[in-house]
Design a protein around this ligand. Structure first.
Ligand code: PAF
Length: 297
């Protein structure tokens, strides 16, 4: 019988983290990293599995840190769920070695930080248009966490697709040397993408929220007829579902640049949607493949 894995070690300071990783670094093990804001669910568990698959016997580190820099005024920083005990259990079940759960002043000894990461033009479209400063906050904390953990590979969910694209760009453009892996979105059987914010939804709102994944499925099904047809199908789903206040519905290339007017057959693309259900902002996206005939319905 395999012996049970030890519970993950919880560290809260930079020096504890450095000590905990010293032996692995000396042994030349690959370090895997899953940054999170806690309130962990099966989607996060799948990121931890992916990190384990990437590093084998090397350490998997999970950070649990609700990053104040990525929340705007009036957003849900104060009510964001903080569930460290339950999070440690999830990490234990996934065989995580180390959980970093720092206080705000451990990450930001000076507040606000004087130096931040500018996400460039991609930081002010889609979610960035509705959440000014959000991606500067995300990239700044991820750069700091990369500096603290110094991982070889870091795993992020494709559900936060714009975040994933920007973090990949940051790692490449700033030569951070971290291999950024995007793991597939985990969904409920009825299609709802798992999100820590789903716990804000009551039963009626949860039902309304399903329109987002239905719209994306409709877009994917119509995508062989072109972008316009895919968007029309998705909009029809959203119109038929009351309770979603649509923020955006867009189809882009996988790097979030615009789809050309006449995409080559088989062009890979991404459909992305965001909307508010009650006071909860939800996002989702799917990959799709376009035909060469935009607008052909
Ligand atoms: O996706 C998240 O949970 C957060 O944006 C991240 C990447 C942990 C940065 O705070």
């Amino acid at each position: 019988m395999a012996s049970p894995r030890p519970a993950p070690r919880l560290v809260t300071t930079r020096s504890e983290l450095a000590d905990a990783l010293t032996a692995s670094r000396r042994a030349g093990e690959r370090v895997g990293f899953v940054p999170t804001m806690g309130a962990l669910h099966a989607g996060h568990a799948s990121l931890m599995d992916r990190a384990r698959a990437e590093v084998g016997a090397g350490p998997v580190v999970v950070s649990v840190f609700v990053n104040p820099l990525q929340f705007g005024p009036g957003e849900d920083l104060d009510r964001y769920p903080r569930t460290l005990d339950a999070d440690l259990e999830v990490c234990g079940e996934q065989g995580v070695d180390l959980v970093l759960a720092p206080a705000v002043d451990e990450v930001y000894p000076a507040w606000p930080p004087a130096v931040t990461v500018d996400p460039g033009p991609l930081g002010s479209v889609l979610d960035g248009a509705s959440r000014p400063g959000h991606f500067a906050g995300v990239l700044t904390v991820v750069a700091k966490l990369f500096g603290l953990v110094r991982p070889d590979v870091a795993v992020f969910g494709q559900k936060d697709y714009q975040q994933l694209v920007l973090i990949r760009r940051m790692s490449a453009d700033l030569c951070l040397g971290v291999d950024v892996v995007g793991a597939e979105t985990v969904r409920e059987p009825d299609g709802l993408a798992l999100s820590s914010r789903n716990r804000y939804l009551d039963a009626e709102q949860r039902q309304a929220a399903l329109a987002l994944s239905r719209a994306l499925r409709a877009a994917a099904e119509a995508s062989s007829y072109g972008v316009a047809a895919a968007l029309d199908s998705a909009r029809a789903e959203l119109r038929a579902a009351p309770g979603v206040d649509l923020d955006y519905l867009e189809i882009t290339l996988p790097d979030l640049s615009p789809v050309p007017d006449e995409p080559a057959p088989g062009t890979e693309a991404r459909a992305l949607v965001a909307g508010r259900v009650g006071s909860t902002r939800l996002i989702d996206n799917v990959p799709l493949t376009l035909s060469s005939s935009p607008g052909l319905a």
